[in-house]
Design a binder for this molecule. Structure first.
Ligand code: ZN
Length: 203
């Protein structure tokens, strides 16, 4: 199951436990629960194939909300020769693709999907010490954790405390594991570099 902005959703998000009718292709399949999706159109089930192939692109249904303001800022920095309307067009296309082809990520709070290097990031898992340690190649896991906080969380997060006392010692392997925790770290990776981005929230 391949999605541009969401690694292994079958593990980190999960499908309905029984086959249901996909509201797009009308086949009996193991589907994502689309009741969480927002927008004016209502669907309750969508199969991975329909979601991934863009069957929602022309519908008013969203599985998440992208941080388009920051995306525009990054795109302008990367492409200083493009006009504002060219930048806006690229940002809108990427945001539309993100919001309508990405599986739903269950979170405690509502926040915007992060971006890096001029595109939205891919969600790669729930944060834990072992995960940061394994992702750290040139620095320590702690250093990586510290540097990965998304720009809008850096000032308000006590990162030392979070690393020492809150970040799980054990891997958070799947959706069921994440469901047991009242504080979660969501780990994202840039599509264009090794950059890691962390967002965290709590119950
Ligand atoms: Zn389908």
């Amino acid at each position: 199951m391949m999605f541009k902005y969401f690694d292994r959703p079958e593990v980190f998000s999960g499908l309905k436990t029984e086959a249901t009718t996909c509201d797009c292709c009308l086949q009996e399949k193991y589907c994502f629960d689309a009741n969480f999706f927002s927008g004016t159109e209502d669907i309750s089930s969508i199969c991975p194939e329909c979601l991934g192939s863009g069957k929602l692109l022309d519908k008013h249904i969203f599985s998440c909300s992208g941080d388009m303001t920051e995306l525009i800022r990054q795109l302008k920095e990367l492409h200083p020769s493009l006009t504002d309307s060219e930048i806006e067009k690229i940002a809108e296309e990427k945001t539309n693709e993100l919001e309508k082809t990405t599986p739903y990520l269950v979170t405690w709070q509502e926040w915007d999907w992060p971006c890096a290097d001029g595109d939205y990031c891919r969600f790669i898992g729930f944060g834990s010490r072992p995960l940061y340690n394994s992702l750290a190649t040139t620095t320590s896991g702690e250093e990586l954790f510290r540097n990965s906080f998304y720009y809008n969380l850096k000032d308000d997060s006590d990162i030392d405390y979070l690393w020492q006392d809150v970040l799980p010692d054990e891997e958070v392997k799947d959706y069921n594991d994440s469901n047991e925790m009242s504080t979660l770290f969501y780990v994202f990776k840039s599509l264009n570099s090794e950059k890691i981005v962390t967002i965290w929230d709590c119950e």
